[in-house]
Design a protein around this ligand. Structure first.
Ligand code: DGL
Length: 268
């Protein structure tokens, strides 16, 4: 792992995910920190991370962090729950710039739940991860927590099949498991899932509160930048550079659609 070239406050913030999901985090960052320059990497060649081993995810995270540090990033955001639980601790041991991860909003969900029954949608890898399991243990005393892995969902989002029958069927199946447990709060434990929020709401109904993590992650990033005196002083709108480890025009289109603005996607 290389060391940061610069920690100037004009340097960009590096954000990455296994694919397009982390855009749900990047979008919130660009709204709340509009003058920051952002560099996003979609590691599409290795998506989904949800069916990969911890070793492979750690290798990918180290590689992507290296690339972003080479691009002079002043801070890194792991915009992926799966990569955060699998690799953030070992990355922090190697890198001195601030690293912000994404963890499912279990604590606020447990607080908010009136009947103390919450459900979490995650990838398979997150559901099995020991860091994630110990996070669950911390809140298990007074709250029943149901974990629902959702194999296949990330793949459908990556293939731009968000509005397909297949996607709806899969959501009904996974959410049905949690509805059977009579939860009143649902945590989205994968950064891809916020792009399905309207469909999720239509299935679970208004009585279930849905917890996302984009805003708390953005607030944590802001706190870290302030703490290290790294907030940009620029008054101009920041740029957004986007790379993919498996560039395709279809992906560029999908990312522009999710970003709601044209994205000039480049090959990593
Ligand atoms: N968006 C990611 C997450 O938050 C990764 C999903 C995947 O690649 O399986 O977990």
């Amino acid at each position: 792992m290389i060391n940061p070239i610069s920690n100037s406050n004009q340097a960009p913030i590096g954000i990455f995910d296994s694919g397009v999901g982390g855009l749900s985090i990047a979008k919130c960052i660009s709204q709340h920190l509009p003058n920051e320059q952002l560099i996003y990497i979609a590691d599409t060649k290795f998506a989904p991370y949800g069916d990969k081993s911890t070793t492979i995810i750690q290798q990918r995270v180290n590689y992507l962090a290296d690339r972003l540090i080479n691009l002079n990033c002043k801070a890194l955001v792991i915009a992926c729950n799966t990569a955060t639980v699998a690799a953030i601790d070992q990355l922090r041991e190697q890198v001195s710039i601030p690293i912000i991860g994404v963890e499912p909003a279990i604590k606020p969900a447990a607080k908010l739940s009136k009947i103390k029954k919450i459900g979490i949608l995650t990838t398979e890898s997150t559901a099995k991860n020991s860091r994630f399991i110990s996070l669950i243990q911390q809140h298990k005393q007074d709250t029943q927590i149901y974990i629902q892995p959702c194999p296949g969902l990330v793949e459908l989002i990556e293939q731009n099949q968000l509005s397909s029958k297949k996607c709806e069927t899969l959501l009904i199946k996974h959410l049905g498991e949690l509805l059977n447990k009579e939860i009143d709060t649902l945590v989205l434990g994968c950064t891809h899932y916020p792009f399905l929020i309207d469909k999720i709401k239509a299935i679970v109904g208004k009585q279930i509160q849905i917890m996302e993590t984009a805003l708390p992650v953005t607030q944590q990033l802001k706190r870290q930048l302030e703490k290290h005196d790294l907030i940009t002083t620029s008054q101009q709108l920041g740029t957004f550079c986007c790379y993919s480890s498996a560039f395709s025009t279809e992906q560029a289109l999908l990312m522009s659609q999710l970003w709601q603005k044209n994205i000039d996607l480049q090959s990593l």
